[in-house]
Design a protein around this ligand. Sequence first.
Ligand SMILES: NC(=O)c1ccc[n+]([C@@H]2O[C@H](COP(=O)([O-])OP(=O)(O)OC[C@H]3O[C@@H](n4cnc5c(N)ncnc54)[C@H](O)[C@@H]3O)[C@@H](O)[C@H]2O)c1
Ligand SMILES: [Zn+2]
Length: 364
Amino acid sequence: MVEPVVRVTHASGSYPVHVAPGLLGALGALAAEHLEGRRLIVITDRTVGRAVAHGLEAPTLVVGPGEASKSRARWGALTDRLLDLGYGRDAGIIALGGGVIGDLAGFVAATYLRGVPWLSVPTSLLAMVDASVGGKTGVNTSHGKNLVGAFHPPVAVLADPLALKTLHPAHLGAGLVEALKHGVVADAKYFEWIEAENQGLLARDPALLTRLIARSVEIKAAVVTEDEREAGRRAILNAGHTVGHAIERVTDYEILHGDAVAIGLVTEARLAHRLGLAERGLAPSIRQALERVGRPTTLRSEWADDALLDAMAHDKKIRGEQLRFSLPKQIGVMAGDRSNWTVSASRELVKEVLASARTTATLY
Ligand SMILES: NC(=O)c1ccc[n+]([C@@H]2O[C@H](COP(=O)([O-])OP(=O)(O)OC[C@H]3O[C@@H](n4cnc5c(N)ncnc54)[C@H](O)[C@@H]3O)[C@@H](O)[C@H]2O)c1
Ligand SMILES: [Zn+2]
């Protein structure tokens, strides 16, 4: 097997994440290896099914592209289809697609006959750098995203940077935002490297993307694993996400997750300055790196402060009147200690910061 390989450990075992250009071409042999002796079935979406060529011949179930497919209705229909086709406990599911397919097909695998193994083949950069680690699967409900699901890690993840050739530029950018976030929360050198290599990354240079995916997977895996000992450190992965999720809510999820997180990272860095936690120049550095990869960084005027604040109060991290955030002190170093990795701020203070984040003029 081609390097690099990162091993992700979890409570009940571990699985490898393989990152290498060309893996998809060998998918037939790799699937037979990782799901040995199993009756295979591929779950994918229509866009990926058309765009991404692979060397695997197996029955394929296709859903529509996009978040709407991450539903109980789709989960039920896929499950019924597997039952109709007579799949038994020897089934092996291959999830070929972005984060939507990983979550959906992973949840089908988690629940089918009380659980069958699945192989994760992420084809979006977000799915490669983020969703491939952690073992979370699930679907959305009308009450919110990811409210029904299961922890069911795949047997392995195969990430082929060549698959990213056909990905929409905005989706490539979304993955780069999460990668920059990994730099912000844990690795200043990595952050600087992404910024320096932005042109090559945006041009989808396979060698650069291989390095990026492997390093992001390493960082996320280390944080998630450490969390079992160091309570709550996992919260640092939410950097940019308290504001980001609020933006997604007020735009009714019209904005791309990565763009909401990009604006969230800069806004939350401003909050870190306002709280006296951040070292000089932090917010401008984050903004510059995000702009170099073509992502937005300022709040739009049509998003009202109160709507954003109400949406933030809905977020899981709320405790009483205070809002809670995972904030950086400097690139690569988050505020917090062994017992608490979130920082609280009053609604009034956050409101002030939101007002300042509507302009690029007064960055610290
Ligand atoms: N399980 C986790 O830990 C975890 C972590 C992060 C995100 N997620 C979930 O992931 C989802 C977002 O992931 P996403 O951005 O990959 O969404 P997605 O799966 O909808 O993919 C984005 C779009 O790109 C298309 N696409 C994917 N790969 C392509 C390729 N190689 N070529 C051309 N088009 C391609 C898809 O058809 C889709 O239209 C959300 O539902 C989110 O909740 C899960
Ligand atoms: Zn995210």
